[in-house]
Write a protein that binds this ligand. Structure first.
Ligand SMILES: CSCCC(=O)C(=O)COP(=O)(O)O
Ligand SMILES: [Mg+2]
Length: 239
């Protein structure tokens, strides 16, 4: 059944919405896992890395003088538990950006995604991303895809650092302010019910994405409209 919604802005989750969860949990996590320690040791003078490492130690209750191996053990544990902790996402994003720049990583989207995004843009909608993946990781992931360089499709990128946690209403308030848009003019697509709940609490329009074979395929989205593919979305433009 198709879902009809009108908006000015389309804000998109990545994992489970644009890409298969395996693209993140298998391809990207497996790429980052063995590179975290070497990256931390090679970039200890980078303030972004130093801040992320300090945050990991603080969050995990490690001593300030803890070594890289202890920090990496925490990071691996968070990855195993799929804990979307900001310092982990920061470090992963740096490693992935390097991997995409080297041509060692390529993003593969669900078949309906790129045609839908292009058609929404053609109709006058504007696109933004809100993902737990860091902005650096997001931008890099759009740079080298099976459909080419898609970075130009998106006007804004938001993550847990510049917006906040995805399950909190305040993050969606901050994004609406960043877009300079009324909340009712923004539609958010996500595979996670708690995320669309938070967006709706902020006054956004929402669409749950329950794709076959994905972890949230059978999730209860309550009163949110739900699609299993973007082919089932009819997006109108608010002028
Ligand atoms: C290249 S961005 C990687 C996405 C990521 O790390 C992640 O955790 C995805 O979470 P999302 O909020 O998009 O479901
Ligand atoms: Mg998701």
């Amino acid at each position: 059944m198709s879902v009809q919604v009108a908006a000015k802005w389309v804000v998109l989750d990545i994992e489970g919405t644009l890409t298969a969860t395996s693209q993140v949990h298998v391809v990207l996590y497996d790429y980052a896992r063995p590179r975290l320690g070497p990256w931390i040791d090679a970039h200890g003078d980078d303030p972004v890395v130093a801040e992320a490492v300090a945050q990991v130690k603080a969050d995990a209750g490690l001593a300030e003088q803890a070594g890289t191996a202890e920090v990496v053990a925490v990071l691996h544990g968070w990855m195993d538990a799929d804990r979307k902790a900001s310092p982990l996402k920061t470090l992963q994003g740096l490693i992935w950006a390097d991997g995409y720049a080297r041509g060692e990583l390529t993003t593969d989207y669900f078949a309906d995604v790129v045609p839908a995004l292009r058609s929404w843009l053609d109709r006058g909608l504007r696109l933004a991303v809100f993902s737990s993946g860091s902005v650096a990781g997001q931008v890099a992931s759009f740079s080298n895809t099976t459909s080419g360089d898609l970075r130009g499709l998106f006007s804004h990128h938001f993550d847990t650092v510049n917006a906040g946690p995805k399950r909190e209403r305040a993050s969606y308030d901050a994004i609406a302010a960043g877009l300079g848009s009324a909340p009712g003019e923004i539609v958010f697509f996500s595979d996670v019910p708690a995320e669309v709940d938070a967006a709706a609490a902020a006054g956004w329009r929402t669409v749950g994405v329950a794709r076959a074979g994905e972890p949230f395929a059978d999730a209860d989205f309550g009163s949110h409209p739900v699609v299993s593919t973007f082919d089932d979305v009819e997006l109108g433009v608010i002028v």
